[in-house]
Design a binder for this molecule. Sequence first.
Ligand code: HEC
Ligand code: HEC
Length: 367
Amino acid sequence: MTRGKPILMGPTARLRETSWDELGKMTPVEIKERGLFPYPSLPHPKHTPGGQVFPEMQIEQFPRLRRFDVDFDLPEEFLPEFPPAIFLQNRPELGDVSRGEVVSINNYYRLFKGLVTPVQLDGLRLLLTPFPQEEFNPTDDRKSLEPSLGVTCFDCHVNGHTTGQFHLNPDNRPQERRFRLDTTSLRGMFDQQIHGSKRSLRSVEDFTEFEQRTAYFNGDQIHAMKKGLTILDRVHVSHMAQMQNMFDFPPAPALDLMGRLDRSKATEEEIRGEELFFGKAKCSGCHVPPSYMDQQMHDLKLERFMDEPGRGPIKTFTLRGIKESPPYLHDGRCLTLEDTVEFFNLVLELQLNEQEKKDLVSFMLKL
Ligand code: HEC
Ligand code: HEC
């Protein structure tokens, strides 16, 4: 990753009674009947209360984010680097402007004055200001030992990216039908037209306003009233949105202006991977360059493979900078890029061989 964290390689899912090759040759009906699909949905480790959970490496630095009732459940090796690099789309020549720090209310002014406009700087201040939330608040009905001022947007979207924080989808009833949601990166927000894996909100402004009003209280407005709902006015929301739109993807020096590989900078394996991506493997049908998304939602119909109700259409996430934001899919059920290739090999019934799978991953590492 940009600041040096190694990327874990290889599929992590454990197969029962079969190999990847054999599994790829089976029909969806066969896989379902034998219960062999290796990527079932990932639940919240404490699904009934649900709520926001922060990784241990972050809690060590910011103990106010510790809950007493639940622990983070994925090893740090499978998470993005902490803290992540920050790229600004208005200052590409500067590269990573994080200086290795976690941006907070204590250092943002020093780090960002002169780099962004006063309006954006004010937006950043708000993104770093705690607002009361279901688990972190001053009432007795909280999940932190000490009373809390709340969480900030960047407690989850650390440095405008993500480091694996998760919570439950706020919109669904009943509880068991709610999705665990892995925090998405805000990198490249300026290029995205729909927001949220299910909600498909049409502006960063709307998402900013409603993330805080609904997701913070698991969709329960009555709890919000009791624990301290903050209603942001539209001026502040627009400042926050303007700042979110400044975060860029990490540089991809091997890509040309159309987002395709510059062949003079690519290996044989990467070139084969690109050909598969745009050909036999069908990935580009939904992940369209240069931002490697199509501004659409698609139903992958996983109920073909599993005894689980289907989840319906989900936003196609961008693949730019994808190596820096594990775990993958809306709930983080795929821990590595190899897992995502095995996943799509089954879902799209591609029957890729081992070399082809490797080639596809090599290509994705360049995006
Ligand atoms: C629990 C940690 C958490 C906190 C705190 C949080 N977010 Fe998010 N954010 C998420 C998750 C998870 C998603 C993905 C939602 C989905 O897939 O439906 C997300 C998605 C988003 C998106 C849409 C990404 C896209 O284009 O699909 C935006 C914009 C956003 N958050 C902004 C904010 C703002 C602004 C705040 C502060 C008011 C905030 N977030 C606070 C976890 C968090
Ligand atoms: C029919 C449209 C479609 C096709 C074809 C497709 N994808 Fe996707 N892709 C999606 C959707 C939708 C998601 C989000 C699914 C979810 O979160 O449950 C996604 C998610 C991903 C992710 C995870 C992104 C993240 O941020 O977590 C990766 C990696 C990925 N796709 C790679 C591929 C590869 C490689 C191929 C080709 C082998 C491919 N996709 C083909 C629609 C598609």
